[in-house]
Design a protein around this ligand. Structure first.
Ligand code: FES
Ligand SMILES: [Fe+2]
Length: 426
């Protein structure tokens, strides 16, 4: 990549084309469970903007600018009461749409309240998240449930942790199927199983093949790709296939296991900080995993591994608590928790990795596909064309899914999982 392409891919703040793409999609502001009716407002930062999320007395959520329209005190300290958020400084009170309900400091009968509005973005809830739309009102697109919650009955368990680097570095980790056989080799263990199995300690997979073959299919919403490996059993007649889906710009669906499906959601706080949500979800067809157990499995327990602001206790300053003795005893990374191993790699590249210095190989085909797709998408938006994934008719995200399994060699992987747009698979 050229340095110019690297900038196009990574920058999301201000007028950056990638930020414009993200503003034309519903973006995750926080988890629904963080905001309680009349409870404390929650800080969120999206695309370089500081915001507060609150739930009013009637259960409606609002996403407002953090700084009060009056004289810019932080609404994070505000009182959330009687269907509005009240600024502590002079008592102005706003509803979930940013309308002024009261101006305690202004004379009675003044028309000032009607002329002032707090910055506010339209908000919705689905799949355990609060979403907002940060683009121009005339370009708002229809809200739809995320791919990881195709029906309201789905259970969604999410870890949440701040990663101190650019969003594209984190995204590239989601679509890089080759790294799991090395980086996660102590947690994703080859075994005599017929498909990926999740146990309490690790994830078993039916292959020892560290050099998968890759194939990519571009779609209107992003792309799908398959990593094809030799299975431990029946290698002459069968392939072990894992498909991963990228739904631009924030979502990746990674291959499921027997207990739950897996997705990741990346939300840029700014150019060099990303909120990373690692999601296990299930419908009625799978037993699933509750949020507490999921966070524990990932070594990202709230109040223990991440603080109340979702900062990781494992950082570059403490070498992610890497245990060299454990490594000598056979653990590959010495770092606890699959996401923490990833985070050490992503943050270790620096805030914005200089991709012009890389030497990419054949196993990086999906990473390359992502870069080409999104650099092109950024140029399109810069040239006044619609943002990727927003033109109608859109593929319903609820119909898109990843796949994992051992299948006869004659199977076309494009027919596996949902979301193919290739006529062959249809
Ligand atoms: S700064 Fe918020 S009411 Fe004055
Ligand atoms: Fe990983």
């Amino acid at each position: 990549m050229t340095p110019e392409e690297n900038e196009l891919l990574c920058r999301v703040e201000g007028d950056a084309p990638m930020g414009h793409i993200m503003r034309r999609h519903w973006i995750a502001a926080c988890l629904s469970e963080e905001v309680k009716a009349d409870g404390a407002p929650v800080k969120t930062r999206l695309l370089g903007e500081d915001l507060v999320v609150f739930r009013d007395s009637k259960g409606r959520v609002g996403v407002l600018g953090e700084f009060c329209a009056h004289r810019r005190a932080s609404l994070l300290y505000g009182r959330n009461e009687e269907c509005g958020l009240r600024c502590l400084y002079h008592g102005w009170k706003f509803d979930v749409e940013g309308n002024v309900l009261e101006m305690a400091s202004e004379p009675e009968g003044s028309n000032f309240p009607g002329r002032v509005k707090q910055k506010a973005y339209p908000a919705r809830e689905a799949g355990g998240f609060v979403w907002c739309f940060m683009g121009p009102a005339e370009e708002i697109i229809e809200f739809q449930p995320p791919a990881f919650s195709p029906t309201p009955q789905c259970r969604v368990s999410a870890t949440k942790v701040r990663v101190r680097c650019n969003w594209a570095q984190v995204l590239e980790g989601q679509i890089d199927s080759a790294h799991s056989s090395s980086l996660h080799s102590s947690d994703m263990v080859p075994a005599q199983v017929d498909g990926a199995k999740a146990t309490e300690e690790n994830w078993l997979r039916p292959s020892t093949d560290k050099a998968p073959r890759f194939q990519v299919e571009r779609t209107s919403y992003g792309f799908r790709y398959a990593a094809i490996r030799r299975p431990i059993q029946n290698a002459e007649t069968h392939d072990y296939i894992r498909t991963t889906v990228y739904i631009a710009p924030f979502t990746a669906l990674i291959p499921p296991n027997n207990v739950h499906n897996v997705a990741t959601l990346l939300v840029p706080e700014d150019d060099v900080t990303t909120m990373f949500y690692f999601i296990a979800w299930n419908g009625p067809d799978k037993p699933g995993i509750d949020a507490q157990t999921w966070r524990k499995f990932n070594v990202l327990e709230w109040g223990k591994d991440v603080d109340r602001h979702f900062n990781n206790v494992r950082t570059a300053d403490n070498f992610y608590q890497q245990d060299r003795a454990a490594m000598a005893a056979g653990n590959f990374t010495g770092i606890k928790g699959i996401p923490n191993q990833d985070i050490a790699m992503w943050e270790g590249m620096g805030p914005i990795s200089d991709r012009s210095k890389e030497r990419v190989g054949v196993s990086d085909i999906a990473v390359n596909a992502f870069r080409r797709l999104m650099v092109e998408a950024a140029r399109d938006v810069r040239d006044g064309k619609p943002a990727i994934g927003t033109a109608e008719p859109r593929v319903r995200h609820a119909t898109i899914s990843s796949f994992e399994g051992v299948v006869p060699k004659a199977t076309d992987w494009r027919s596996l999982g949902g979301g193919s747009e290739s006529p062959r698979a249809a």
